[in-house]
Design a protein around this ligand. Structure first.
Ligand SMILES: [Fe+2]
Ligand SMILES: [Zn+2]
Length: 505
């Protein structure tokens, strides 16, 4: 016999700190409403639920209307013992914010096989149905609660008062719904932690998971002399084209666009697709052209050794753009050269581990002290050539011999610094990642200034020939963010590879 459903809408909710039952609107047109009920509410009202304390729910109204009446049942279509929620108050209709599509490195699904408490309730151990395991500390779960009180969903920012969280949290109860919601209560607090399995899986911090992420973010190298090339039209015509360009820069450190209009200043429009132009002491858009009184060696015709621009800044430029406006056939030389410093640094570490260590420990002095210019500058930044994270991955390379000031390190380290420096400088000049391009008007090379070093062959302008490039930068965070967003939106959802931004990932 089918038991009539119990109406819970009139039952008291006042003793609960969060809504005891929440209706989640369907995400897609044909999905069902889902209703979650706190175990404590079920117990307090002596409700008898068919099988699970937290059931799935089907709406008796079309999914595009607010749920006014929801039948909760055991998950099958047999409504033999259900609960009826009549006219739920508006504030109980959860406006649950999606935790955001997160890239999951090396993980296929987020379905829970089993879970149990460990360390006396200080750890929740989850077995996933792909055979992997995760362990979450009670405090980790609490600090990452996604409920309305701990997270402002409009801004997707944490608003929890971190000082109010007891540091001795012991997990009391865990419920995982069929829909993937996870509810955790702790003995020390009257607060239900709300999470979901996708969030947990994508943020799992097991060694295996962190290693999978590191592997996914590790750079790959193109050793041939070829540079990935894309037409400006293809890049500019769709989000897919735009992503193709950013992905190439992320994978190879650089990409060449062909057919960009040679209008002066057009570059700004291209750069701003990624983010605001990163201005430096040379302005926003700078002209790389031979001038009689250059404020930078680049504005003359001399050869330029491999370097990464503007190391004197705490945040050196991220991507660099060089747009060829004019490069006459009568100009001899002037080719632009590139070397992948991630690869060179890895080779250096492999062949000369002690010397490599020295250059992670001893700071180089980068400086730009120049008074004979309109706006005098006095910039100094001491930092090591290589920066490592907690797993010894290279997360930043700093190299610009032309913008170095006097070394200032302990006396006993000076010889070993210069010894290591010499070896590395020679390896840069002889890197198998070397590439050389002679630009044509309409070419726009974009390269990651945190990864690629660039140089230039000396040139000679004769018979009225001109070499004129326009340059600009965008910060590395804008590039990294835009690439990751597009990877999730129109790409394969993979993680962006390390960009040299000092990020420990
Ligand atoms: Fe440069
Ligand atoms: Zn919360």
């Amino acid at each position: 016999m089918i038991k009539p459903p119990t109406d819970i809408s009139s039952m008291s909710c006042s003793t609960f700190s969060t809504a005891p039952f929440l209706i989640t609107k369907p995400r897609r047109a044909n999905d069902m409403f889902r209703c979650r009920i706190l175990t404590k509410f079920v117990t307090a009202n002596r409700l008898r639920l068919p099988q699970r304390p937290l059931g799935t729910a089907t709406s008796v109204y079309p999914p595009n209307k607010t749920a006014r009446q929801t039948l909760i049942h055991s998950g099958s279509n047999n409504a033999r013992a259900g609960i009826l929620c009549h006219q739920l108050p508006r504030h109980l209709v959860a406006k649950r914010h999606l935790s955001g599509r997160e890239p999951i490195a090396g993980m296929k699904t987020a379905d829970v096989q089993n879970y149990h408490l460990d360390k006396g309730g200080r750890v929740l151990a989850v077995e996933w149905n792909d055979g992997t395991e995760s362990r979450f500390h009670s405090l980790w779960l609490r600090y990452n609660c996604q409920c309305d009180r701990c997270r402002q969903h409009a801004s997707n920012q944490r608003v929890v008062d971190v000082t109010a969280i007891p540091d001795t949290l012991t997990i009391q109860d865990v419920n995982v719904t069929e829909g993937g919601d996870v509810f955790v209560t702790c003995t020390e607090e009257d607060h239900t932690i709300e999470l979901d399995t996708t969030f947990l899986k994508s943020h799992c911090y097991s060694r295996k998971s962190r290693d999978a992420k590191r592997k996914a973010m590790a750079p790959t190298y193109r050793l041939s002399g070829e540079v990935q090339t894309l037409s400006y039209e293809e890049m500019d015509s769709s989000e897919q084209g735009f992503y193709k360009w950013l992905k190439a820069i992320n994978e190879d450190g650089m990409c060449l666009l062909k057919g960009v209009p040679t209008e002066l200043g057009y570059l700004k429009k291209v750069v701003e697709r990624i983010g605001p132009v990163q201005a430096t002491m040379y302005g926003e858009i700078f002209d790389v052209v031979e001038t009689p009184e250059p404020t930078n060696a680049a504005y003359s015709n001399v050869s330029l050794a491999f370097h990464m621009d503007q190391q004197v800044y705490e945040a050196a430029p991220g991507l660099q753009f060089l747009h060829c406006i004019r490069f006459d056939d009568s100009v001899t030389g002037g080719e632009t050269t590139f070397v992948d410093m991630f690869h060179t640094a890895e080779e250096f570490r492999r062949k000369y581990p002690d010397e490599f260590r020295s250059l992670t420990r001893l700071p180089c002095t980068f400086d730009r002290i120049h008074f004979s210019r309109d706006n005098p500058v006095y910039k100094r930044n001491r930092k090591p050539h290589f920066v490592l994270n907690d797993s010894d991955d290279i997360v930043a390379v700093n190299w610009h011999p032309g913008m170095e000031g006097p070394l200032s390190i302990p006396e006993e380290d000076v010889d070993s610094y210069y010894h290591a420096y010499q070896i590395f400088a020679k390896m840069v000049n002889n890197s198998p990642t070397y590439k050389q391009i002679r630009f044509r008007p309409g070419d726009l090379i974009t390269f990651n200034n945190r990864r690629m070093a660039h140089g230039r062959n000396a040139f000679k302008q004769s018979a009225g020939g001109v070499r004129h490039l326009q340059g600009a930068y965008v910060d590395i965070d804008s590039f990294k963010s835009k690439t990751q967003v597009l990877s999730l939106a129109v790409g394969d959802g993979g993680l962006v590879k390390r960009v040299g931004s000092h990020c420990w990932d």
